[in-house]
Write a protein that binds this ligand. Structure first.
Ligand SMILES: Cc1cc2nc3c(=O)[nH]c(=O)nc-3n(C[C@H](O)[C@H](O)[C@H](O)COP(=O)(O)O)c2cc1C
Ligand code: SF4
Ligand code: SF4
Length: 266
């Protein structure tokens, strides 16, 4: 039995989930969706079981996940599942992913789960306190272990998504988000606190940041809004307009920069 876990992660939650699930599945390999997209080449998925793990963005899926699906050729898989991470509501994410999977690969999900984790969308809210983060991650750990067992046993599971009559609003908001996401990098600025360390350049999964000659970050035009740059900046110099000023940052406490950057290439 061969298994591949595909993942995308901005701030470590989905990466941690992918690694926990992988740890419970003998001989599973982990493949980053950002690596597939950055390679700009088709990717042949030959495993029997395919598991996709990624965050919910605006009640839908990250634009990058849909782009990666367009590059993936599924050959002989007989079990396909998805696990989405979010902080409060996954909206229609699993349903939208299922539609994209069908559109690009002609396949349907056999199972789909939601894992609730700390939120990272600082333009809307500040992060939870360290105590609350710990409590949320503890609850999530139990849930992830249950999902890992279900995936191991190739269990079918009804998608945890909104029923059809309630999907249209998240589908519209998700479409609007993905259509404009690349331009969203224009909202970022580094304040005078920037020390020119280049960490934002390093963690960006799609290489959307370059350092100027004066070692100041400059955002290009293919942002995914994953929040990695903003959350990992060691001096909290990155702001998204004025919306993020004074707000507590979040990154998964057990995911290091070294672990996160491995997603940039295959
Ligand atoms: C652009 C963006 C949109 C988001 N939209 C939602 C949402 O609609 N519902 C929700 O519960 N969480 C939302 N979140 C929070 C993330 O889904 C959540 O924190 C996730 O676990 C982050 O995963 P990661 O650390 O692997 O990037 C959003 C985060 C971002 C960056
Ligand atoms: S991570 Fe922060 S301090 Fe480092 S270069 Fe980027 S903005 Fe400047
Ligand atoms: S520029 Fe920042 S928010 Fe945009 S994709 Fe890169 S790390 Fe993520």
């Amino acid at each position: 039995m061969s298994r591949t876990i595909f993942y995308f992660s901005g701030t470590g939650n989905s990466l941690a989930v992918a690694h926990t699930i992988t740890g419970k599945l003998p001989d599973a390999s982990v493949i980053p969706l950002a690596g597939i997209v950055n390679s700009d080449k088709p990717y042949q998925a030959d495993a029997d079981d395919l598991i996709f793990v990624f965050p919910v963005y605006v009640a839908g899926i990250p634009a990058l996940v849909a782009r990666a699906l367009a590059q993936i050729k599924i050959t002989c898989a007989t079990y396909i599942a998805a696990v989405v991470t979010c902080d409060s509501s996954a909206g229609a994410a699993l349903g939208i992913f299922n539609n994209e999977l069908n559109r690009h690969c002609g396949r349907q999900l056999d199972a789909g789960w939601i894992v609730y984790m700390p939120g990272n969308y600082t333009p809307l809210y500040g992060a939870d306190s360290p105590k609350k983060v710990c409590a949320k991650l503890e609850v999530a750990e139990t849930r992830i272990n249950e999902i890992a067992t279900a995936v191991h046993d190739r269990q079918k599971h009804k998608l945890e998504t909104l029923p059809v009559p309630f999907c249209w609003l998240p589908e519209i908001s998700s479409k609007m988000f993905t259509r404009n996401v690349w331009q969203a990098g224009r909202r970022f600025r580094a304040s005078a606190d920037c020390i020119g360390c280049g960490l934002c350049v390093k963690v960006c999964p799609v290489n959307n940041i370059v350092l100027s000659a004066a070692r100041r970050p400059q955002w290009q035009n293919h942002c995914e809004q994953c929040m990695a740059c903003l959350q990992f900046c060691p001096v909290e110099a990155i702001q998204c307009f004025w919306w993020t000023r004074g707000r507590r940052r979040y990154r998964h406490p057990q995911v290091t920069v070294e672990k996160l950057v491995t997603q940039k290439s295959l």
